[in-house]
Design a protein around this ligand. Structure first.
Ligand code: PA5
Length: 480
């Protein structure tokens, strides 16, 4: 295999994997031995892209369910996104611009995390505190419904009411409940609380609703409400599971709300998808990533993966990946019904912050981890460290340097220390936080999970383990 230590898209996303390889790590021979399984995985994913089905994948009710996540990148009628759906989103963004004061996105799990990732990567720091002109007229963004927390919700309502009192007019609020099933407890109850309060206080709020849900009246209570109340509704298609929906309406609506370039995001996703579908073995970055993680688990017992993004904005991307990995690969049974207990525990870390906490464990704890770094080469807003204390020699080490140079030095130091101790680590690199590269990264991560599901022979698209608590909770609520 062509093991160069680094691969990706020219001028775009790169996967640097050399620190996963070596005599006491994963060898070229290990990968050669896995070659037939890698070929099988590549074929299975190509079939899934073409036919929209993955081996043995069934919906919750036991019927075959499509797997369409790669189709999100291709604008075509019948796909999750087409020209008309993108135009509708862009028009919505234009309509909200200058007219909406605040949009409250109300969802949980896959119906929250993707939006939060887009918000963190696409908005400027302290977005809600910026004057509207600095936001180019786009609304403030809030989140609700990603927990059952009355205190937090009361806090949000009070915060918005105080703003209205301050500006002495009702705030124009868009509530955006997002729920594929349209029946999930957390978003539905938060939505109900918000809309009741806001309708009861027209002196502070003028409230509109835009729903994002499965467009099936029988299944989705939210869709029924949208029809009855004439709220605009955006669909979440069958075949797009919550954790894979960031590149369709739920995630793209956040792009629209921020004036973010949806087309470049999808272009990047398409570039990665094409690369993954047309290459084999070690020339396919997501397949190689999946194979190395699979071997790290099977051969070296690496059952923890830490995604450590360098920069504050990358924290939620880690949380999104936690869901993607945990729900997709954490499986009791393989696809033949045999006990597998497959999966890795995903952990989010942020550099440099967690170098002052978790890195101790990464460097000296059990050798059961892959540390996966994420680097953004060019900072969005460069800042040079000043030297207000010229008399202090120690300060001279930092003065005159860009903050980003310090960040990179910390990342390289962390990586080198782990490598010198034979610890498994790898680096994803994006040239900058531009929509196109983010699209490449998101698609790369989704394909990586799909390939690993194939290698481990587990269904990466269901989540039967969450049904156990749901049954118990329903019974508890009926009693309460
Ligand atoms: O990935 C998933 O399927 C889950 O995390 C769901 O997104 C989450 O449970 C929310 O479901 P819904 O969108 O139906 O409200």
């Amino acid at each position: 295999m062509n093991l160069t230590g680094s691969l990706g898209i020219d001028g775009g996303f790169r996967f640097q994997y050399q620190n996963l390889m070596g005599e006491e790590k994963i060898t070229g021979d290990d990968l050669e031995a896995l070659r037939p399984a890698m070929e099988q995985a590549a074929n299975a994913v190509r079939v899934m892209r073409r036919e929209g089905f993955s081996k043995a994948h069934l919906s919750k009710d036991g019927t075959p369910e499509h797997v369409y996540f790669p189709r999100q990148a291709y604008l075509e009628e019948g796909n999750p996104n087409d020209e008309a759906s993108i135009q509708r989103l862009e028009e919505l963004g234009e309509k909200w611009k200058d007219s909406v004061d605040a949009a409250v996105f109300i969802g949980i799990g896959g119906s929250y995390l993707g939006d939060k990732v887009v918000f963190d990567l696409a908005s400027k720091p302290y977005w809600n505190q910026l004057p509207k002109t600095e936001r180019n007229g786009y609304p403030q963004i809030y989140f609700a419904g990603n927990n059952v927390d009355g205190t937090a919700l009361q806090g949000l309502i009070r915060h918005l009411a105080l703003q209205a009192r301050h500006v002495k007019r009702p705030l124009h609020i868009q509530l955006v409940p997002i729920s594929k099933s349209g029946t999930t407890m957390e978003p539905l109850t938060s939505f109900a609380a918000l809309i009741s309060y806001m309708r009861a206080h027209p002196e502070w709020f003028s409230v509109d609703v835009t729903a994002v849900t499965g467009l099936d009246e029988k299944e989705s209570l939210l869709y029924r409400l949208a029809l009855e109340n004439n709220w605009p509704a955006f669909g979440i298609p069958e075949g797009i599971g919550g954790r894979f929906c960031i590149l369709s309406n739920p995630g793209l609506l956040m792009c629209a709300a921020l004036g973010y370039d949806i087309r470049s995001l999808l272009e990047g996703a398409r570039e990665m998808s094409e690369l993954c579908l047309t290459t084999e073995g070690a020339d396919n970055p997501a397949l190689l990533n999946a194979s190395l993680k699979y071997l790290a688990a099977e051969k070296l017992g690496a059952d923890i993966e830490v995604l450590m993004g360098y920069g504050d904005a990358l924290q939620c991307l880690g949380a999104w990946y936690v869901q993607l990995l945990a729900e997709s690969l954490g499986k009791r049974l393989d696809r033949n019904g045999n006990t597998a207990f497959y999966g890795r525990t995903p952990i989010v870390a942020v550099g440099t912050t967690d170098m002052h906490s978790m890195t101790q464990q990464h460097q000296d704890g059990k050798r059961n981890k892959v540390i996966q770094f994420l680097e953004i080469e060019k900072p969005a807003i460069p800042l040079v460290v000043d030297n207000p204390f010229p008399q202090e020699k120690a300060f001279g080490l930092y003065a005159g340097k860009e903050m980003d140079v310090l960040l990179k030095a910390a990342l390289t130091a962390n990586e080198t220390a782990l490598t010198e101790d034979g610890r498994l680590n790898a680096r994803y690199v994006l040239p900058e936080l531009a929509p196109r590269y983010i699209g490449q990264l998101l698609m790369f991560l989704m394909y990586s999970i799909a390939y690993e599901g194939e290698l481990a022979d587990v269904d990466a698209y269901d989540q039967p383990g969450v049904e156990a608590y749901k049954r118990i909770m329903k019974a508890e609520l009926a009693k309460a």
